[in-house]
Design a protein around this ligand. Structure first.
Ligand code: XUL
Length: 529
């Protein structure tokens, strides 16, 4: 009998599902459901509720529950063999939090299939909306927690990251400070991932080591709640947090709600979910230490796996638990494709093909011209006042500016990933801009490393399906090996390998020093890294 596993990814704007046939090493079904379009009654824009304060970004947790109902109904309609699925897992947008009251446990245990999930969950929240990762309204709380934990270095070495506005701990602290009564009524706090897992399992689910590390509350090395971080955040927090567990760990059989309503196999296992980035690491097949991927999307992210926990004392990067064991790192550069687009528009370049051609016709190192493209406040390095900075670069020279933006982005990645102490032997590139060979050549030359393109649609949902398979096999004492599990699901695009040009790589070894100096110059009171 085919071994089928379901992976779900509850992201900011959509819920995705991927079903894999493990032995055939094939994705047999995939679907995405856009929140705004499928559930307009929740009045979200791009999955987020409008708010008068642009720093506040919340979403309704009931939207995610309603989407789960819709997705199962869609799968049933599409004749997915739900009765044959052996286990379900998932991933969620990281950092977002859900606040349950004392009615939640009972409601989850008695989900009535005659009603919708939204009706079943009526009255179980101590807070109607959930702050999500796009929220940046907690600068004050970040500073308070960081101070109590002894500064950036100690906060990062304890919890895996410095305090960040979007991280759950600072968000919980703000809730406690601004709505103390509602905080008091909160009996359990979930992440988006553990909230969704709770619906599937019919009980409050554990938080995994991957998503748990995005809270500023988990001890990154011991993988338990860090009591000093809890104390620095809000009172009685230890009583409000579920246990931590490994991603994919079996919680129990799926809730009868999904069996009776949609025909899910009654023996199917509900497993612990993780964050979307940790799940993507699995979906892209990055399970060996030193494997690195660069995703060139709305924001550019640099992520990879690490055997030993190495934290960033400058507090720019993050360390999360990897669902495949060990650790993963994530560095998020906000000015990614949006910044590239701004330059393209500024110089009136018709399309990306033309942009690539212009870049290819210029020389590595750009004759020393540097552009710091902080069109928006930047996460890495921390830039609160957006601005564009040019050094030895003529604004009128369109071609040099096109090369300069991508060189700066790649030099920044090289500089700000040094703390990871990971020497990648090859880099997988994914996301929109990875289609462009001229840009990938710059990446290969700056990093002095082979680059291969990898295109996995819905990598988080695929990773979640693999996580379900791992959890099921482990529960059956089958001793699953990650390397074997991911094989065949995310092979690099054929003939996509780009090798570094040795001469160009030498130029960038020098230019990175100049880039660092320019960055320092542009950032007030900055020290050379
Ligand atoms: C990671 C982060 C985002 C969200 C997006 O720290 O905030 O990548 O996980 O869903």
């Amino acid at each position: 009998m085919a071994k089928l596993f379901l992976g779900l990814d509850s992201s900011t704007q959509s819920l995705s599902a991927v079903v894999i046939d493990l032995d055939a090493r094939k994705v047999i079904y995939e679907k995405s459901l856009n929140f705004d379009q499928a559930l307009p009654q929740f009045k979200t824009r791009n999955g987020v509720l409008p708010h008068r304060d642009p720093l506040v970004k919340h979403s309704p947790p009931l939207l995610w529950a309603a989407a789960l109902d819709l997705m199962f109904a869609q799968m049933k309609k599409d004749r997915v063999a739900l009765g044959k699925i052996l286990a379900v897992s998932g991933s969620g947008q990281q950092h977002g939090s859900v606040y349950f009251n004392d009615k939640a446990a009972e409601a989850l245990a008695n989900l009535n299939p005659q009603k919708s999930l939204v009706e079943n969950l009526d009255g179980i929240f101590a807070r109607k909306t959930s702050p999500i990762w796009m929220d940046s309204s907690t600068a004050k709380e970040c500073a308070e927690i960081r101070k109590k934990l002894g500064g950036i270095k100690f906060t990062a070495s304890r919890t895996g990251s410095d305090t960040f506005e979007r991280f759950t701990g600072p968000q919980i602290r703000k809730f406690y400070k601004t709505e103390p009564k509602a905080y008091d009524k909160t009996t359990s706090i979930a992440l988006v991932s553990s909230f969704m897992a709770s619906l599937l399992a019919g009980k409050i689910a554990p938080i995994d080591f991957g998503d748990g590390a995005g809270m500023n509350l988990m001890d990154i090395r011991r993988k338990n709640w860090n009591h000093e971080a809890l104390k620095a955040t809000a009172p009685s927090l230890v009583k409000k947090l579920p246990p931590l567990a490994a991603s994919g760990f079996v919680i129990g059989p799926v809730s009868p709600y999904f069996v009776q309503k949609f025909g899910l196999n009654p023996e199917a296992l509900a497993t612990v979910w993780t964050g979307d980035n940790p799940a993507s690491v699995l979906g892209l097949g990055l399970i060996k230490p030193g494997q690195v991927a660069i995703s060139l999307g709305t924001s550019d992210t640099f992520f990879g796996t690490m055997e030993k926990c190495q934290t960033d004392e400058n507090g720019e990067g993050h360390v999360f638990g990897s669902p495949a064991g060990g650790y993963m790192t994530l560095i998020c550069f906000k000015n990614g494709s949006l910044a590239r687009e701004k330059i393209r528009e500024h110089y009136k370049i018709s399309d990306w093909k033309k942009f690539g051609e212009i870049v290819a016709a210029t020389s590595p190192g750009n004759a020393g011209g540097i552009l710091l493209p902080w069109f928006e406040a930047e996460i890495v390095p921390r830039v609160n006042r957006p601005g564009i900075h040019r050094f030895d670069l003529d604004e009128k020279n369109a071609a040099a500016n096109c090369r300069a933006i991508f060189e700066a982005q790649m030099l920044s990645m090289r500089l700000h990933s040094q703390w990871m102490q990971v020497a990648p032997e090859k880099i997988f590139a994914t996301g929109g801009a990875s289609n462009d060979r001229a840009l990938l050549q710059i990446l290969a030359d700056v990093m002095n490393c082979r680059v291969l393109r990898i295109e996995v649609a819905k990598s988080a949902a695929l990773g979640a399906a693999l996580q379900a398979a791992h959890g099921w096999l482990a529960a059956a004492d089958k001793n699953p090996k990650w390397e074997k599990l991911v094989a065949g699901f995310s092979d690099p695009v054929p003939n996509s390998e780009i090798r570094p040009d040795k001469k160009a790589a030498k130029i960038y070894d020098q230019l990175v020093e100049k880039y660092a100096a320019c960055e320092c110059d542009a950032l007030e009171n900055c020290q050379l890294l």
